[in-house]
Design a protein around this ligand. Structure first.
Ligand code: FIX
Ligand code: ZN
Length: 451
């Protein structure tokens, strides 16, 4: 029933049509109360001991902020790395938050985190902030952060060739069910020679030239870790020069091992493409850069494997537009997130808008890539604002074209993007599970009740 002026007439099935003047408020409300599945993070539950990072010293020594500090502090990377982590954090705070305004996305993010806990965002030093984080009981803090960020589940990055992580998995301890798993393939696919040695050391009979029983043995390795980890998907980060047309070792492993494993276990394969590792090695994890990749590599993988579901994201903004076009050609290709150097409001806005214009709601708008627990708070608070604005404009355009929407439809659309598409992609397609939150407050404390 057309209602171009949004006069708010009741429609046949009793859903109140959203009046134009209420549209922004209702879109914001739905975005702010719909829980999200955070499909790619580097977080771990506290049962993973030193792999689980939280608190102000970890927040301030995040590699995003380390890179920014070197641009304003008078210290060499070598001298910075010699400092203890608290001294590194002190220098980052002094440089980026006291001597300069925290205007970058990563510094403003720390301000959002401190603000969410009611901490002094203008503190001259970190003493009181450190005391606060050290006073937090781990499991309560994790629940508090997940509820504040409205993250119902998050997916870790799990590396079966990382010795520290393997040691924890071998203990076979239960851990927080909100932390789901993803089987990460970087070492296998990008560093095959060293991985082959590690696999041989674990009694998997593999040859560096992939001869003999290699394929069968690597599949056995993956099958055993899939059984242990129960991953929702397999993933790999690939460089900007990745092509799928050559018969190099990486593509042989993808074709002969990874894709057959994806089929057998009905697991999606996530392709994260565009990194240029160690552009400046002196900066460590902060030293990676980006390059524009060849999106046709993803198209080739999709066309050759129509029975496998792919998740994909790119590091270059031009590639993100090209990915939207590729996704229109392949219904087994799900674009996701505004990754890493694209995770900035101005670019999230561009990417979300072009996705809505080219794909409707058939994409996953964001992931946090959180490395420190409290990242969830700022990365989702900032992204929800931008996604809400982009979505509002899309509904306003629809209203002006002659079709009004109801709140039920807005809720349906946001739920699909925030969790439904991922649940469906990973075979969790339970009936549309709309998880909303009723936020009330009791003496200023936000109380969340999931409905
Ligand atoms: O490959 C990845 O998962 C990247 O997200 C990381 O390597 C990167 O350091 C990161 O955390 C970006 O946000
Ligand atoms: Zn990541």
């Amino acid at each position: 029933m057309a209602d171009p002026n949004g006069t708010g007439k009741m429609n046949a099935d009793n859903n109140r049509i959203v009046e134009k003047e209420n549209l922004r408020r209702i879109v914001n409300n739905v975005i702010d109360t719909t829980a999200v599945i955070d499909i790619h993070t580097h977080l771990f539950p506290f049962e993973f001991n030193e792999l689980s990072l939280s608190g102000i010293d970890e927040l301030l020594t995040y590699h995003y902020l380390v890179a920014e500090t070197f641009r304003s502090a008078k210290i060499s990377p070598d001298d910075f790395w010699k400092l203890t982590k608290p001294l590194q954090a002190d220098l980052v705070w002094q440089t980026l938050f006291v001597e300069n305004s925290p205007l970058s996305e990563a510094t403003c993010g720390v301000i959002s985190v401190l603000d969410s806990f009611g901490l002094d965002t203008n503190a001259e030093n970190l003493a009181e902030i450190r005391d606060f984080f050290q006073s937090r009981e781990a499991s309560m803090h994790i629940s508090d952060v997940l509820e504040t960020a409205l993250v119902s589940e998050l997916v870790m990055t799990n590396d079966p060739l990382d010795a520290r992580e393997v040691e924890i998995w071998r203990k076979n301890q239960p851990f927080d069910a909100r932390f789901r798993t993803a089987l990460r393939m970087d070492r296998l696919l990008n560093r095959w020679q060293s991985s082959a040695e590690k696999l041989n050391g674990q009694n998997y009979k593999v040859e560096s030239n992939m001869s003999g029983q290699t394929v069968r043995e690597v599949r056995r390795f993956l099958d055993e870790w899939i059984e242990r980890m129960k991953p929702l998907y397999m993933a790999v980060s690939l460089p900007d020069d990745f092509v799928f047309s050559t018969d190099d070792t990486r593509n042989r492993i993808i074709n002969e091992i990874v894709l057959p494993t994806a089929r057998e276990h009905s697991l999606p394969f996530a392709l994260m493409i565009g990194v240029r590792r160690n552009v400046n090695p002196a900066l460590g994890a902060a030293g990676d850069g980006l390059g524009r990749a060849d999106v046709s590599a993803v198209e080739q993988i999709c066309v050759e494997n129509p029975d496998v579901r792919f998740l994909a994201t790119f590091l270059s903004r031009e590639n993100q537009h090209e990915l939207c076009v590729s996704a229109r050609k392949f219904s087994n290709l799900m674009p996701f997130g505004c990754w890493w150097f694209l995770n900035n409001p101005s670019i999230i806005s561009e990417i979300t808008r072009e996705r809505l214009e080219l794909l409707g709601t058939s994409f996953i708008p964001q992931h946090s890539d959180a490395r420190v627990l409290e990242h969830l708070i700022y990365k989702w608070r900032h992204s929800r604002r931008v996604i809400a604005e982009s979505l509002y404009d899309a509904y306003e355009r629809l209203l002006n074209a002659g079709r009004a929407v109801t709140k039920k439809e807005i809720q349906r659309d946001v739920t699909r993007m925030f969790s439904g598409n991922f649940r469906e992609w990973t075979g969790q397609n339970t009936p549309e599970k709309i998880v909303t939150v009723n936020i009330s407050s009791n003496k200023g404390k936000r109380i969340f009740t999931l409905e």
